[in-house]
Ligand binder design. Structure first.
Ligand code: 4NP
Length: 171
C-alpha cells in the first residue's frame, strides 16, 4: 500500500533566513536517511516583503559551511498552505501568532507548532531572528535547527503525543 506523504511547512517572518534553513536542514536529514519519497518539505514567510528573493547571503554562507544548501525562493504563506500541509512550523511566538491569525479554521490552527517544541536539547524556546545581528546569530539558528529537525523527524516517523504535550495530537 502506498503511504501518504508527510507535508511540512516551515515559517518565519521574511522566509530568507530561518525557515529556508529549516527547509534545507530537514531535506538533508530526510535525504541522508533515504526517506525523500515520504516527505514534502517547503517554507514560507508571514510577510511577503522578500518574495521572489533567494535566502539571505549570510545565512547561505553559514549553512554551506555545514554542507547545507539553501536553494529556496522566498514566498508568503497562503490560505492553501493551511490545507496542503500537515504541520506548519513557526520559528518564534510572533510567527505563531501571525499564523493563528491567518488560519482559516480550527483544524488549521491545530497544525501550527513551534520549531523548538521539537528540540531535544531544550536550550531555547524559539529560534531567534538573526537578520540584524552578527555571525553568531546565524550559527545559533543552524545549531537550533539541526537539533530540532532531528526531533521533528523522529516525531514524524513515530508520533507519540503522550511524550510531549506541547506537540498536538499528531496528524
Ligand atoms: P527571517 O529573518 O524571518 O528568519 O527570514 C528576517 C528577514 C527579514 C527581515 C526580518 C527578519 N526584515 O525585517 O526584512
Amino acid at each position: 500500500m502506498k503511504q501518504e506523504k508527510i507535508r511540512l511547512l516551515f515559517v518565519c517572518l521574511g522566509n530568507i533566513c530561518r525557515s529556508p534553513s529549516a527547509e534545507a536542514v530537514m531535506k538533508k536529514l530526510v535525504k541522508d536517511k533515504g526517506l525523500e519519497d515520504r516527505f514534502v518539505i517547503d517554507s514560507a514567510g508571514t510577510i511577503g516583503h522578500h518574495a521572489g528573493q533567494r535566502a539571505d547571503a549570510r545565512m547561505r554562507t553559514h549553512a554551506e559551511r555545514r554542507g547545507i544548501v539553501l536553494d529556496s525562493i522566498s514566498r508568503p504563506v497562503t490560505m492553501d498552505d493551511f490545507y496542503d500541509f500537515d504541520l506548519i512550523i513557526g520559528m518564534d511566538n510572533q510567527n505563531i501568532d501571525a499564523l493563528k491569525r491567518k488560519a482559516p479554521e480550527w483544524e488549521s490552527v491545530r497544525k501550527i507548532h513551534k520549531m523548538t517544541d521539537f528540540s531535544r536539547k531544550k536550550t531555547y524556546d524559539h529560534v531567534p531572528d538573526p537578520y540584524y545581528g552578527g555571525a553568531s546569530g546565524f550559527e545559533l539558528v543552524l545549531d537550533l535547527l539541526e537539533d530540532a529537525c532531528q526531533g521533528l523527524l523522529d516525531y514524524c516517523l513515530n508520533p507519540d503525543p503522550d511524550q510531549d504535550p506541547e506537540i498536538g495530537e499528531g496528524f
